[in-house]
Design a binder for this molecule. Structure first.
Ligand code: SF4
Length: 478
């Protein structure tokens, strides 16, 4: 598919999302909740004698220090994880992840796999691969469970079903759980959660394989750190006899102390909590005398385009700790929802990461899905300059001639004019008259032809009817 074709798809998806009244209602409700919770969480830092800016500077340094010697920390992680009884495998891309997990499932006689939230398994389209191999994957994070019932991908990295209304969830539950639909109100949410829990419990008890992501890998101890608000993470990682952890290579941090520092920021940035309900450090396998735990633990550490960002203009993006704060504060995300972004990662971080991991030619519109307000950059707990990275991607699009041809033509014409002052003055005089004529006394300008979308949904005020040079000359004469 051409770059322009992909761009059309983003624009088409965005248009559909904007016209979806139910989606818009769900999004309108969610945004102030996220923003308010983070603000209260950050205000709570002061009570601990901390402040956001100094903490994020420390967090940024931890992530930069790790990335500077990523190969070393990964080697240490592998050595310590192996010493504690786990196996460490490496995957170049999503296909290799799927192949490794399916192979493990076959070797261990797995027919049912429970899953805790893992965005990397979305990158690998793991559920499809497992189902094709005869293994039933069951998402157990409540939001993930809802979107799996709906046959949709997550639309947010920490709140996968944020785009669903209560009524939609009730319909999905009624159909999946084989009962008549009920009229629900917000007070019924705990009832619905209990219903999902009763269904999921059967799966927790019978799954032979548990699949999870990891928020961090800790090199010092060879452990995976898992941060969740639901008990499902612990069920998935301790009840089945085989536990597979799938995570990106950039998730490693050197020491437990570094993890503790990052944990001051991660839950506060994500949900405003000082600490998440469950923070688990998973090391090795079940030892003699342990009541639970997997007999086999396998880490699959995935590149899928990350290693090539090291040392590039985009290395800063690898600092991301997947808190979701950038999308929670983004006016574009909350106008469109996550599905408009077309791949695993939505919002500002997705607008940078998706082109970097899948190819700029495959996601040409995403670096433009921004108002430039820098809300994302200002809340990012590891100080990733998201707007700057989007600008850099746009520059690269120009350098590699990836923009749609009308844009290239328009910029080429403008460049040609700008290099010829006399011609430029004549052309801008004509353009000023033309814009005046377009307004036709209506008070606003509509652009037709190549770029009608510029004025389809917003007003372009009437121009002065004369160029800046003409107005300046007239002012000097007066
Ligand atoms: S880019 Fe920053 S704010 Fe966005 S998810 Fe990553 S760490 Fe959080």
């Amino acid at each position: 598919m051409t770059a322009a074709g992909q761009a059309m798809h983003f624009q088409t998806r965005a248009g559909q999302q904007l016209r979806d009244a139910v989606l818009q209602r769900a999004l309108r409700k969610a945004r102030p909740l996220f923003v308010g919770k983070r603000a209260r969480g950050m205000a709570g830092l002061a009570a601990d004698g901390l402040d956001f800016e100094s903490l994020r500077s420390t967090a940024k340094n931890i992530r930069n220090r790790t990335l500077a010697d990523l190969d070393v920390w990964l080697a240490i992680f592998e050595e310590r994880a192996t010493a504690s009884g786990a196996e460490v495998l490496w995957a170049r891309d999503g296909e290799e992840v799927a192949r490794l997990v399916v192979d493990l499932a076959k070797r261990h006689g797995v027919s049912l796999a429970t899953k805790s939230k893992s965005m990397l398994s979305e990158e690998a389209r793991l559920n499809e691969a497992l189902a094709a191999a005869g293994v039933r994957p069951v998402e157990t994070d409540l939001g993930e469970y809802i979107v799996q019932l709906a046959g949709e991908p997550p639309s947010h990295i920490i709140a996968p079903a944020v785009h669903k209304t209560l009524g939609q969830v009730e319909s999905l539950f009624a159909e999946a759980h084989g009962r008549p639909p009920v009229d629900r109100g917000a007070d019924d949410i705990p009832v619905m959660a209990r219903e999902a829990r009763a269904v999921l419990r059967q799966h927790f008890l019978s799954a032979e394989m548990g699949i999870s992501g990891a928020n961090f890998l800790i090199a010092e101890t060879g452990s995976a750190a898992l941060v969740t608000n639901e008990g499902n993470g612990r069920m998935v990682t301790t009840l089945p006899r085989l536990h597979v952890v799938i995570t990106g290579i950039e998730k490693v941090v050197p020491m437990l102390e570094d993890f503790a520092t990052l944990m001051r920021l991660l839950p506060r940035s994500a949900t405003g909590q000082a600490i998440s309900n469950y923070v688990s450090l998973l090391t090795g396998t079940k030892r003699p005398g342990d009541l639970d735990g997997p007999e086999k633990t396998v880490f699959i550490l995935v590149d899928n385009g990350r290693a090539k960002l090291l040392g590039s203009d985009y290395q800063d993006m690898l600092r991301c700790i997947r808190c979701g704060a950038c999308m929670n504060h983004c006016p574009v995300y909350f106008a469109l929802g996550g599905h408009a972004y077309g791949w695993v990662y939505p919002g500002p971080m997705g607008s940078v990461l998706t082109p970097l991991l899948t190819g700029l030619d495959k996601a040409p519109d995403l670096p433009h899905a921004s108002t430039g307000c820098n809300q994302c950059g200002s809340v990012c707990p590891v100080d990733i300059p998201l707007p700057e990275l989007m600008h850099r991607l746009r520059e690269e699009q120009v350098e590699r001639r990836l923009q749609p041809w009308p844009e290239r033509l328009a910029l080429g014409l403008w460049g040609g004019l700008a290099r010829r002052p006399a011609l430029y003055r004549r052309a801008t005089r004509l353009a000023a008259r033309y814009l005046d004529w377009l307004a036709e006394g209506s008070g606003r300008i509509r652009i037709f032809g190549l770029a009608p979308q510029w004025t389809a949904g917003r007003d372009l005020p009437v121009a002065a009817g004369r160029t800046f040079h003409e107005l300046y000359a007239a002012r000097k004469r007066d």
